[in-house]
Design a protein around this ligand. Structure first.
Ligand code: DC
Length: 220
């Protein structure tokens, strides 16, 4: 068994692809963004200032975050899978993820989970920091307008009241923050396969990655 690491900007479809790959391979998908979102949600619930590193770290440290194999996420025993998808939490996650102490805590957790192999992790620093030795590394992108549309469709379908223009603006703002922060910014590592999904369907992307795995003799 191997590990598959997927990075890329917000709403580039990483989790969708990671989920499908995990299903095909019988692996477990770990949405690391959901962990940063869970910390942000807890901070918001406790009225903690999202610009205060020590306060955010304290919340992260005492929060029991657990990811279930069905993709749901629990914090201190409560299912927060839906609550972490709001705009406020998206922005909050991008803020708390700037902090070194918060990152170290979650990165450590992610590495421990993936140590056994057989995982597909997606996020911003998986190929560069969390699993630099992952057998397969993917950098997944898409044009920002397409990403905003996908996020709009996904949230609308889930019953959220969303506005395309504000989703677009928020994506631009988050890209800027995620790519330019000093701690583990989003980068494309040299040995990652870059896939621009702007004009590709989910199946096309999944087939591309499966072909890549096969071509490297990594399928067991
Ligand atoms: O993938 P997402 O949109 O759910 O991620 C939410 C935020 O968390 C995103 O703005 C950046 C941050 N993040 C991160 O810094 N490192 C990760 N491995 C995953 C997410």
């Amino acid at each position: 068994m191997i590990n598959i690491a997927i990075d890329g900007p917000s709403a580039s479809g990483k989790s969708t692809i990671a989920k499908q790959l995990a299903k095909k391979l019988g692996y477990i998908h770990i949405d690391t963004g959901a962990m940063y979102r869970a910390v942000a949600l807890e901070c918001l619930n406790r009225n903690v200032d999202l610009d205060n590193e020590t306060a955010c770290y304290d919340v992260a440290r005492v929060s029991d975050i657990s990811l279930k194999t069905d993709g749901s996420i629990f914090v201190n025993g409560d299912d927060v899978s839906r609550l972490i998808r709001t705009d406020a939490v998206s922005q909050g996650a991008s803020k708390v993820s700037k902090f070194k102490s918060v990152r170290e805590l979650l990165v450590d957790k992610q590495r421990k989970i993936a140590a056994k192999k057989g995982f597909v992790l997606d996020g911003r620093d998986i190929t560069s920091v969390v699993l630099p030795d992952a057998e397969v590394k993917i950098y997944q992108t898409a044009d920002v307008a397409v990403r905003a549309k996908r996020r709009f469709d996904e949230l609308s379908a889930a019953g959220f009241d969303v506005n395309y223009d504000s989703l677009f603006d928020e994506l631009v703002e988050r890209d800027e923050r995620d790519m330019n922060r000093s701690e583990s910014p989003l980068v494309k590592v040299a040995d990652a396969l870059e896939i621009n999904t702007t004009h590709l369907s989910v199946d096309e992307v999944v087939n591309l990655v499966m072909g890549y795995i096969e071509s490297r003799g990594l399928n067991d």
